[in-house]
Design a binder for this molecule. Structure first.
Ligand code: PRX
Length: 676
């Protein structure tokens, strides 16, 4: 039987627990928070006498904290018996074992039970002013029909379904339908090329793909079904493709293709939820690392959902009845955690944004805020920087009085953009929360709130660790830096329920990437600065991953494509500071001997190859042809030097004594100056 949270006698909290936790965890205290079942094993949490103390306890006695939160926030069919079983040195992470639940029940049924007419989704379609609303009852019905359809077509518990769709209600229903029947999903960003999609389908071994006939974004139509057709040609595992209709234009259907909406109508509106173990896989999500091959990070059921829900509620000061507007695409982790799972687990109204910040004009976001009465707006600095350039009038035209919190994610937000977001968009009255996290962390780890809703927020700083998060900075020797006003490699000293569990089919890579560099710690790949006051500021990646318009891409992935060109001997790709995109892509290319081509033609060809093999956003902004690359005597390309050259920071070139041939650097500098 599915138990509504807090309804079993076993979970009735003591009145003490109810009182204390109500006052701490409910951020603003403006509305009532039901914490009746928050603390069944109250002993560990007793004596907490303030937000700071609760935060401290969430780290010092994290088991008690997470156990209490998990019992309260999630709806279990069988309670868990073990809160955590983790060993970071071995990359072993398990939470809430023994517990059984269904994620779709947590995101839908329990809200339908109490308020079926509440709006779950507002689909802000590309065509301005044509938004569509879906209640929790309707979303549950869609999910159940789709779950039944997938089951009827042989999708089983443990299978992995690839979803290649724009942000739309059927995409959300597809994710939840997978969760309902116990299949994992693998959402691939609809901007990825056929090759990139195929690589992810193959790695996930999907036999089922869900897509739409065409996508529509910024007034342009994209041929998503055709891209799937091309991709599946090199995916022997794919047996069936479900095709939903986003536009009225018919597409060629083959024997493998199934008209999704038509078939859904034939299905029952009730779909028995699979009873899942806490640690069963919920989804894979591919992301870039420092090698060429994207890694399929694995997130599991209970811990991920709990962490997404809790961070959604407290980082943004979400209150029941609020309209939450995260404009991320569902193809990224931000879309998973803060468009879909976090808000739906909390019974929120969540916005699905299908368009772009400047379509049909640069007032799009704020027009949407006014029309949909959005209370929390969560977006990326790259869009803020772009909109800032268009001027305040596009913001001031619209009523933004519903806004309460503004969020930023995915890349560092520079002070100018932060100030503008705060002063112009938020009228100086909405806190701006710069949230740091990753695909790997499942949810927000460092953000200004919620430790203290009245605490100061410093522009451009992620500030404070979330409940249960224990960040440390490491020096180059692998020692923990204990003082403040210091910079180092950002690691986490303790596990938390939302963290990824492994890399699909490659646990050793998971260990090598995240747990080997600093044994006993989770290494984030980012550097950070801790201020005198103990606040964190992210300083950027420490590996060969760059961040273009908030999209993470490994430079090695781009090099792999460039090197496939027959004219290219070798290449090196680095990021450089870009005023809108945050980082741009700069490629150094060495041609094979005797190759005689027009550089402009070859540049076009290389750009086309990168767009085709990865995605448009990965395409180099600059391609510099060079006779050779600066290398160490052992033959390693000195990327550090290349990064300094593209930033025109010649003072900062550093120690060049290990260079094989110092003249190579001079050539590179001259070539760079010519290109600008
Ligand atoms: O370098 C950090 C940067 O984005 C990386 C994670 O990318 P991804 O897994 O695609 O997830 C993006 C959305 C959570 C991080 O390693 N990053 C993310 N948020 C911030 C950030 N850099 C600076 N400030 C942030 N708030």
């Amino acid at each position: 039987m599915w138990l509504p949270c807090g309804c079993t006698s076993k979970y009735v909290a003591s009145s003490f627990a109810r009182r204390t936790l109500a006052s701490y965890l409910h951020v603003s205290g403006r509305s009532r928070c039901n914490v009746a079942a928050f603390m069944p094993e109250a002993a560990g949490l007793e004596g907490v006498s303030g937000r700071a103390a609760l935060r401290e306890l969430s780290v010092s006695n994290s088991e008690s904290f997470w156990a209490a939160v998990a019992r309260h926030r999630l709806c279990w069919s069988t309670p868990f018996h073990t809160v955590q079983d983790c060993d970071l040195s071995r990359g072993k992470i398990k939470w809430f074992e023994g517990g059984k639940l269904n994620v779709s029940v947590n995101c839908l049924d329990r809200h339908v039970h109490t308020c079926p007419e509440r709006v779950a989704l507002i689909w802000e379609r590309d065509e301005r002013g044509s938004e569509m609303k879906y209640t929790y009852g309707e979303l549950l019905e869609m999910t159940c029909r789709l779950g039944n359809l997938l089951r009827r077509h042989g999708v089983k518990r443990g299978d992995c379904v690839t979803i290649y769709m724009p942000t739309c209600p059927l995409a959300v229903a597809s994710m939840l339908a997978c969760a309902r029947i116990g299949a994992a999903h693998n959402v691939v960003f609809a901007g990825f090329s056929a090759d990139a999609l195929a690589e992810r389908i193959r790695d996930a071994q999907s036999s089922t793909v869900i897509t739409v006939n065409q996508g529509v974004r910024g007034g342009k139509v994209t041929e998503l079904k055709k891209t799937v057709d091309t991709a599946v040609q090199s995916c022997p595992t794919v047996k069936q493709v479900f095709v939903a209709m986003r536009t009225d234009n018919p597409v060629t259907m083959t024997a493998r293709d199934i008209a999704m909406e038509e078939e859904m109508l034939k299905e029952d509106v009730v779909c028995e939820p699979a009873v899942m173990n806490s640690e069963d896989v919920l989804f894979l999500l591919y992301t870039s690392g420092s090698t060429g091959k994207p890694k399929g990070l694995v997130h599991t059921q209970a811990g991920y959902l709990l962490y997404a829900a809790l961070t959604h509620r407290y980082v943004f000061s979400y209150h029941d009845g609020d309209v939450f507007g995260c404009v991320a695409d569902i193809g990224w982790i931000t879309g998973h955690s803060y468009v879909v799972y976090g808000p739906l687990a909390n019974g929120a109204t969540t916005v699905l944004f299908e368009s772009t910040p400047i379509y049909p004009d640069p007032g799009r976001y704020w027009d949407m805020v006014e029309r949909l009465k959005i209370n929390q707006f969560y977006g990326a600095p790259t869009a803020i920087r772009l909109l800032l350039k268009y001027g305040d009038q596009w913001v001031n035209k619209y009523d933004r009085s519903t806004l309460k919190t503004l969020g930023s994610v995915g890349e560092p937000i520079n002070t100018e953009a932060w100030e503008w977001y705060h002063r112009v968009v938020g009228d100086g009255r909405c806190p701006v929360v710069d949230t740091w996290w990753q695909t790997e962390t499942g949810g927000i780890c460092i953000a200004p709130r919620p430790s203290d809703p009245d605490a100061e927020i410093v522009p451009g700083m992620a500030m404070r660790p979330f409940f249960g998060i224990n960040p440390v900075l490491m020096d180059t020797e692998g020692e923990v830096l204990t003082s403040n006003n210091t910079s180092g490699a950002l690691c986490m000293a303790q596990p938390w329920p939302g963290m990824a569990r492994t890399i699909h089919n490659d646990h050793q890579r998971f260990i090598d990437t995240y747990f080997q560099p600093y044994p006993g710690y989770f290494f984030t790949g980012d550097g950070a600065y801790r201020s005198e006051e103990g606040y964190y500021q992210i300083t950027g990646r420490l590996d060969d991953v760059i961040n273009v318009s908030g999209h993470r891409i490994g430079t090695a992935e781009i090099e792999d494509v460039v090197n496939q060109c027959p004219a290219v001997a070798e290449s090196a790709v680095v990021g450089y500071t870009h005023s809108i995109k945050g980082q741009g892509v700069y490629a150094f290319v060495v041609l094979k001997k005797g190759i005689d081509v027009q550089e402009a033609d070859l540049s076009r060809q290389l750009n086309g190859m990168v767009s085709e093999k990865i995605a448009k956003y990965a395409s180099p902004d600059f391609i510099q042809f060079a006779k050779r690359l600066p290398k160490t005597r052992s033959g390693k390309i000195m990327r550090r030097v290349l990064r300094k050259v593209v930033e025109s920071d010649l003072e900062g070139l550093g120690d060049l004594s290990t260079l094989d041939d110092p003249a190579a650097v001079q050539e590179i500098i001259q070539g760079h100056e010519k290109l600008l």
